[in-house]
Ligand binder design. Structure first.
Ligand code: IMP
Ligand code: MG
Length: 177
């Protein structure tokens, strides 16, 4: 039981707002006439998704899916489970997965495969952050907010043991390396 880590700001509100606006413009260009289903991956994507959809001024639907691979630790267990499934059918729809972070890529790869079996017309990934240094499986991220260093990221929806989701900034904890 050491001292509680103090989150350090990596990206502040201004940078986040600019990134969300940029992503919204890209997504609007590609999906404004496609009536997409945005699938937020709980819990981490809830803040990002809430900000993003308010900048999308065309018809769309929002769904959530809850996956789990980490439990309470910081290392992936390597196994992904659907803890809470989708509330509607995505067959024949354009699906945009909204992720908080692509780390090892295991979760996103699992989700693309899982949703692919439901026969959508298209699937793309929009991720707030990506940590390429930790990637184990290749994931094509169609819309990316930030590339982050090999540090543990919290805030703006992301947690460490369920803490820090409410921080308005994207922060990191531990290690100054
Ligand atoms: P994966 O390793 O790409 O499968 O990431 C799985 C999940 O672990 C992500 O969706 C996050 O919820 C969580 N995760 C991975 N890296 C971090 C991090 O740096 N901070 C907070 N959560 C993380
Ligand atoms: Mg997540």
């Amino acid at each position: 039981m050491g001292l509680k880590p103090k989150p350090q700001v990596l990206f502040g509100r201004k940078e986040i707002e600019a990134a969300v606006s940029r992503l919204a413009a890209e997504i609007r260009g590609d999906y404004h006439d496609k009536h997409p289903v945005l699938i937020g991956v709980l819990k981490g994507a809830f803040v990002f998704l809430a900000d993003l959809v308010r900048q999308l001024d065309f018809p769309l639907e929002v769904e959530f899916i809850r996956l789990s691979s980490y439990g309470k630790g910081k290392e992936s267990s390597g196994k992904v489970k659907v803890v809470q499934g989708l509330g509607s059918n995505v067959k024949g729809r354009h699906v945009l997965i909204i992720e908080d972070i692509v780390d090892s890529g295991l979760t996103t790869t699992f989700l693309i495969d899982y949703l692919g079996k439901k026969k959508p017309v298209s699937i793309r990934v929009c991720a707030l952050t990506s940590k390429p240094s930790r990637q184990k499986l290749p994931v094509t991220i169609g819309y990316l907010g930030f590339t982050v260093p090999d540090k543990f990221i919290v805030g703006y929806g992301l947690d460490s043991g369920e803490e820090f989701r409410n921080l308005p900034n994207i922060c990191f904890i531990g290690g100054d390396e």
